[in-house]
Design a protein around this ligand. Sequence first.
Ligand code: UD1
Length: 416
Amino acid sequence: MNRLLIRGGKKLCGEIDIQGSKNAALPIIAATILSGEECVIHNCPHLADTRAALEIIRQLGGKAECDGHTVVINNEDISASEICNELMCSMRSSVLFLGSLLSRRKKAVISYPGGCDIGLRPIDLHLKAFRELGVTVEETGGYIYCSLEKLKPNIINLLFPSVGATENIMLLAAVSDGETIITNAAREPEIVDLQNFLNAMGAKIFGAGSETIRILGVEKLKKVEYNIISDRIFAATCACAAACCGGDVVLRQVEPEHIRLMLSMLKDSGCRISSGKRYVRIQAEERPRGLGKIMTSPYPGFPTDAQALFMSALATAEGTTVFVENIFESRYKHVPELLKMGADIIVDGRLAAVTGCNYIQGAKISAGDLRGGAALVIAGLSAIGDTELSGIEHIDRGYEKIEDVFSALGAEIKRK
Ligand code: UD1
């Protein structure tokens, strides 16, 4: 099994390009099923999750080819309505195929989706919305059987602004007869990217990025060529690493607006931040300062995906930071590993109090989930001595060769 070997303590300096967004790419790959014509997607990251999504397309009868970061998909011959259990379990976003498959085939059979072990992650909001749109849903024997005669346009009030449920409703209703409205919709940049992709295919969707999304159903979607947005959590990972390792890092191909809150928090912790059109520069000359309280919440609040990243960055800060994890109930799996490195962290339910120590030390540690794993890379980079990190298959689900990214910034990190 692969490991990352990290010799910590190096300052990070240089410029890097931020990869395309995983969380935008996955719903967009699912959306291609809505068209029988060729879809060309640029800036698609090479990740275990995007590979699994393309494999789902192939299993359903479509064609998917990669050339660098460009993916060409043709779903003219989609002929199946069932996604195999193995692919469903490989990632959470497999559930997004439910909406597009139902729209295209009027029938979809899936098992419950997998993904990071960070809490219960039910899909009740997706299924409730589907029922309200006229889908017959039967859950039996670990499988979900869905069928649809004709979509009944409706107003869907989401009880929580779920990213996946918002995307699934957009995918189901884009091709339909009538108007579907989502209220309390998720507002993440990836929702806006999905709207832009669908509209480039001929859909009529308005309001993504706000609480209300209007979907005017159209008859058919056509071919498209599209460029995926950059990955804001990848950008946050590099920014957090720079904050605690020190140095001078320029992130290119990034949308500063998508990470504005995180950047202002890193500024509060002592970094110098400047940004312009598609770049952000982080200069860290001093030990970071603790940030008091950080509460995760839906966008535009502080992202749950960045909680572990900031925890690693602030493990050696001057002062204390209390994290409140409001989105997922068990998202502190990285904490025992940070403790092995000498961090001072106390967890109580959804709270984690981090008292910054002068330094943390390299250790033999293991990643248990994607963002927690990336946080452990940050910890290894800032620690004194050597870190051996296992469980890196979790990190590969969301980061394209993370070791190359940090090596390019001057870190000593390799895969073995
Ligand atoms: C997406 C992101 C993930 C991020 C999360 C929250 C992708 C591929 N993944 O995941 O990286 O951490 O948003 O920003 O885009 N919930 C329910 N019932 C549902 C759906 C969700 O109770 O039917 C709950 C979840 O358990 C969780 C919360 O709502 O507590 C947020 O989930 P959601 O926004 O749906 O996240 P995902 O789409 O799974």
